[in-house]
Each structure stands twice: as structure tokens, then as C-alpha cells.
Design a binder for this molecule. Structure first.
Ligand code: NAP
Length: 252
């Protein structure tokens, strides 16, 4: 298959952990991959280097998912580099410091919703504009990374984060139905507690280990275990799945 015939995928927050595992697994399955990051250029470059070393095609693209201008520039860069878009993984997401709702500032809430919800919707919008047959596209697949927090609520920790993921789930269902006849499938993955750096970014570096006893499998998940579900939903094997949210949580 020539390079231009190979399917292309954009993974937001592809530089580290769940996003990085998704980029690596996608490349192994033959996707050309755009690896988005916002701050950690070195991490993004190392994922690109690993893909290229294994004979794949990838490039790193900086862009803050909390900014519409940067999202537009990112999609333009993907257009210029790949000339087509077949898949989007809306993976970039943030938590914040542990807090009760009665302690939360409007700045915190706006940042959380801007990145996790508005950013996800804007990236999906750009993908639909390129992939939907209504817009002359060839179809494609979108996977939105949610969280079991959407169901559990994260009381006393980050209810705002849980609410942002609840919004992502509703968006997944609605968008899936909106574009179901236009060749685009939209699904979600709800990870449980996964051993990544997101917990340290929220001031709780030991969180995954601490939560483990409450997980039926008694261990946190690995980034690759989430990537596997994402790649299935992107693949033709999931051709009849849309509006589905797959929970991958060790039974939690
Ligand atoms: P992580 O270790 O904190 O990595 C976050 C990734 O997102 C990095 O690649 C980071 O880029 C990127 N990112 C952060 N803010 C961004 C922004 N504004 N614009 C663009 N990229 C941005 O996170 P993770 O644990 O892999 O989580 C990935 C997704 O899974 C998130 O949506 C998260 O909510 C969800 N999730 C995680 C868990 C868990 O237990 N880990 C559980 C449920 C759901 P840089 O490298 O440039 O910083």
C-alpha cells in the first residue's frame, strides 16, 4: 500500500501515557499518526522517533486543545502533512487539585471545561468537517476518551472533572447519532484508574496505588490496556459500533 493510501490518525495529547500508547499501537497497525502535545515537545518527539524507527510515519504537532486558534492550526498542519484524515482520538484532558465544589474558583472550572469539553467538541467539529460524506469526506472514526468518573462523580476530589467527562459522554452519543449516516462513527472509552502522570499533575502522585484496593482486579490499568480499546473502536472490526462507550476499568 502506498503512503498516501494509508489511513491517518490525529491523537490529541499523544505525547505521553494513554495518548502515547495509542499512537504507538496505531502506528503498528498501519496508521500514519499526528502526535499532538501542548508542552512536552521532547516526549512527543520520542514517540514520533519510535514510530519512524519501526518503519511508520508520524509527526509531532504542538497545539493547546484549550484554544480554538491552536486547534485550527493543528488541523491545518495535519491537512498539509497527510492530505487526509481518517481518525481522531480526543484524548487530551486535565484534572486539577483535589477540592470540594464549595472551594472551586471560576478560573478552575473554565479551564477544566475549556480543555476537556470545548476542546473535545471543537476537535470533533474539525474532524467532521473533513471526514463526513456530507462535507465531501470519505468517512472515518472518532474516539472520545472519557472516564469512569463520569459515572462515579469523584466526590471530594474533582466533581468538576467528573462533570466534564459526563459532558464528553453525552457529546459522544449525540454526535454519533447526528453523523451516523455520514460515514463517521463516534464512540467513547471510559478508563478506570490508569497508572499515568495525570494523578501527579493533580497533586496526588500516589493516587493509582491508593485506589487499587477498591478496584475489583486490585490493580490500576496500564495505558496500553486503554489504547487497545481505542484502536478496536477506530478499526473496521467495530464497523457497526457508534454511540457506544466502552468501560475499561478492571471491574470498577
Ligand atoms: P497524562 O498522563 O496527564 O497525559 C496528558 C496528555 O495530554 C499529555 O500528552 C499532554 O501533553 C496532553 N495535554 C494536556 N493538556 C493538553 C492541552 N491543553 N492541549 C493538548 N494536549 C494536552 O494523562 P493520561 O492519564 O494519559 O490521560 C489521558 C486521557 O485519559 C485524559 O482525557 C484523562 O482524563 C483520561 N483518563 C485518565 C485516567 C487515568 O487514571 N490516568 C482515567 C480516566 C480517564 P504534554 O505531554 O505536552 O503535557
Amino acid at each position: 500500500m502506498s503512503l498516501t493510501e494509508r489511513k491517518t490518525l490525529l491523537v490529541t495529547g499523544g505525547s505521553r501515557n494513554i495518548g502515547a500508547a495509542t499512537c504507538l499501537m496505531a502506528a503498528k497497525k498501519g496508521w500514519r499518526v499526528a502526535v499532538n502535545y501542548t508542552a512536552n515537545e521532547e516526549a512527543a518527539n520520542s514517540i514520533v522517533a519510535a514510530i519512524v524507527a519501526a518503519g511508520g510515519d508520524a509527526f509531532a504537532i504542538r497545539g493547546d486543545i484549550g484554544s480554538e486558534a491552536e486547534i485550527l492550526a493543528m488541523f491545518k498542519a495535519v491537512d498539509e502533512r497527510f492530505g487526509r484524515l481518517d481518525g481522531l482520538v480526543n484524548n487530551a484532558g486535565v484534572v486539577d487539585q483535589k477540592a470540594r465544589v464549595d472551594e472551586m474558583s471560576v478560573e478552575r472550572l473554565e479551564r477544566m471545561m475549556r480543555i476537556n469539553v470545548v476542546g473535545t467538541i471543537l476537535c470533533a467539529r474539525e474532524a467532521i468537517r473533513r471526514m463526513s460524506t456530507r462535507h465531501g469526506g470519505k468517512g472515518g472514526a472518532i474516539v472520545n476518551v472519557s472516564s469512569v468518573a463520569a459515572e462515579l462523580g469523584s466526590a471530594g476530589e474533582y466533581v468538576d472533572y467528573a462533570a466534564s467527562k459526563g459532558a464528553v459522554d453525552s457529546f459522544t452519543i449525540g454526535l454519533a447519532r447526528e453523523v451516523a449516516e455520514e460515514g463517521v462513527r463516534v464512540n467513547g472509552v471510559r478508563p478506570g484508574t490508569i497508572d499515568t502522570e495525570i494523578h501527579a499533575s493533580g497533586g496526588q502522585p500516589d493516587r493509582a496505588g491508593r485506589v487499587a484496593p477498591a478496584i475489583p482486579m486490585k490493580r490500576p490499568g496500564k495505558a496500553e490496556e486503554i489504547a487497545g480499546a481505542i484502536l478496536w473502536l477506530l478499526s473496521d472490526e467495530a464497523s457497526y459500533a457508534t454511540g457506544t462507550i466502552v468501560t475499561v476499568s478492571g471491574g470498577r
